[in-house]
Design a protein around this ligand. Structure first.
Ligand code: IMP
Length: 196
């Protein structure tokens, strides 16, 4: 069975493709089918937004679709930027601008605890759906470190590794990341579903 990956974010696509293919799940990109479905993320939760994206791509393609919605939630900022992670600070900011804004908003904050969440949603043409979520706890660093990964990776510090996400290899990140955990759970649920 082939699944379409609903994401437009190249970095997330690469991570999802790597993790899902390691789990034996075959995926194709929207672009490979000439599809470019843009979905407004109007949901209040990661799970709602992931399902909106999966259902829109499934409806446009007629094939099972998988989407991820993710972001970083910072305790000292009452969970911000959360579902607004990609849009934090407005459309004129890039990844570097967004993590700088986060550091600026965290200036003086002693509580640096945060977590990444990834919600995976899968929608089948028969109306069935599968959902899975993964969380990776960490801390917001005082300054960016490392040049791997994307988004907020340079400022997301993992105390147990003494490194930021941006200082890990792609494999190391996938082993412990929110997206890696969500996709591992998704695969378990998919296997159960396919058995039925
Ligand atoms: P969306 O799920 O496409 O709405 O965007 C999620 C946003 O959260 C991304 O644009 C990144 O800014 C951030 N994000 C999600 N996952 C990661 C990650 O693994 N590392 C760094 N930033 C991430």
């Amino acid at each position: 069975m082939k699944f379409i990956l609903a994401s437009q974010n190249q970095h997330k696509l690469v991570e999802m493709q790597n993790i899902l293919s390691a789990h034996g799940v075959e995926v194709v990109l929207q672009s490979e089918l000439g599809l470019h479905v843009e979905v407004e993320e109007t949901g209040a939760t990661f799970a709602e937004n992931a399902m909106l994206k999966a259902k829109a791509v499934m409806a446009a393609s007629g094939l099972p679709a998988i989407a991820d919605d993710s972001g970083v939630c910072v305790d000292a900022l009452s969970g911000a930027p959360g579902v607004y992670s990609a849009r934090y600070g407005g459309p004129e900011l890039d990844d570097v601008g967004r993590y700088r804004l986060l550091l600026e908003n965290m200036r003086g904050a002693r509580d640096r605890t945060a977590h990444f969440t990834s919600a995976i949603a899968c929608a089948f043409p028969n109306g069935d759906t599968i959902e899975a979520e993964g969380i990776c706890p960490g801390m917001i660093a005082y300054a960016p470190q490392g040049d791997g990964g994307f988004g907020y990776d340079p400022v997301f510090f993992l105390p147990q590794r003494k490194k930021t996400f941006a200082q890990l290899t792609a494999e190391e990140k996938n082993e412990i990341s929110h997206r890696g955990k969500a996709l591992a759970l998704f695969r378990e649920k998919l296997e159960e579903y396919l058995k039925k």
